[in-house]
Design a binder for this molecule. Structure first.
Ligand code: KIV
Length: 266
């Protein structure tokens, strides 16, 4: 049986050249399924705001919502390390508020680590939160909480921007992050960053050279019909299966074919 994955083991995986697998989950049943599939890390992503709550961006997601989802994931008792996203405006306004909110995510949400978006601009927060023994995963490149500054979900770090992204990666590592998500950057830049850093890089739309990969569970299962980014590989197409199951139920009830004696009490 697989044993509980810890942060030292995640760090060892980079040293041993073992790829790190990460998927999102936001609730108890998906956490069980994702953990049963053998991932190393479950990310309770603020992407929940888009794929579950139906918002256009992750910006409206609140601390209380993230704590609710993290608790639901933890109830599945996963072997995978549970990392929870810190939502927009829960850590950007200052070190004290950031530490308090990251503490809530560990204490009330049951998360084993938190993830914050930003590079050099947020290094002071990563340093403060790590220094009180809350493990932090960084997230640089295309950072969805910066959608308005970026003018949309656009690839970052092309050409002269590459140096800034490398500086962000080094700042995040130096501040004490145990790993960093590289999102939406050229594959060659992600490869350079992965070589340069001693902490693991987890790629999403960042090519194949990262130490690990992360995707959103609804995207790989074909549950999010709203959009499908280029970097997503769809491993199942569940939306039509679910629609067809629902249509069969509706037809059975309308036609009097459900419930039968089999589903009734005597
Ligand atoms: O919120 C999320 O799911 C994420 C991943 C896509 C990296 O941040």
């Amino acid at each position: 049986m697989k044993k509980k994955i810890t942060i030292p083991e995640i760090l060892k995986m980079k040293q041993n050249g073992e790829r790190i697998t990460v998927l999102t989950a936001y609730d108890f049943p998906f956490a069980r399924l994702v953990d049963g599939g053998g991932v190393d890390v479950i990310l309770v992503g603020d992407s929940v705001g888009v794929v579950v709550a139906g918002h256009d961006t992750t910006l409206p997601v609140t601390m209380d919502e993230m704590i609710y989802h993290s608790r639901a994931v933890k109830r599945a008792d996963p072997k995978a390390l549970v990392v929870a996203d810190m939502p927009f405006m829960s850590y950007q306004t200052g070190i004290e508020e950031a530490c308090r909110n990251c503490g809530r995510m560990i204490k009330e949400g049951g998360a084993e680590a938190v993830k914050v978006e930003g590079g050099s601009n947020i290094a002071h927060v990563i340093r403060a939160v790590s220094s009180i023994d809350i493990p932090v995963m960084g997230h640089i490149g295309l950072t969805p909480q910066s959608v308005h500054r970026m003018g949309g979900y656009k690839v970052q770090g092309r050409n002269e921007q590459a140096e800034r992204i490398m500086d962000d990666a080094l700042a995040v590592q130096h501040a004490g992050a145990f790993a960093v998500v590289l999102e939406g950057i050229p594959a060659s830049l992600a490869a350079d960053i992965t070589k340069e850093l001693t902490i693991p890089t987890i790629g999403i739309g960042a090519g194949s050279s990262c130490d690990g990969q992360v995707l959103v569970i609804h995207d790989i299962l074909g549950l999010c019909e709203k959009y499908s980014p280029k970097f997503v590989k769809r491993y199942a197409d569940l939306a039509p299966l679910i629609s067809s199951a629902v249509a069969s139920y509706v037809a059975d009830v309308k036609n009097g074919e459900f419930p039968t004696a089999e589903h009734s009490f005597s």
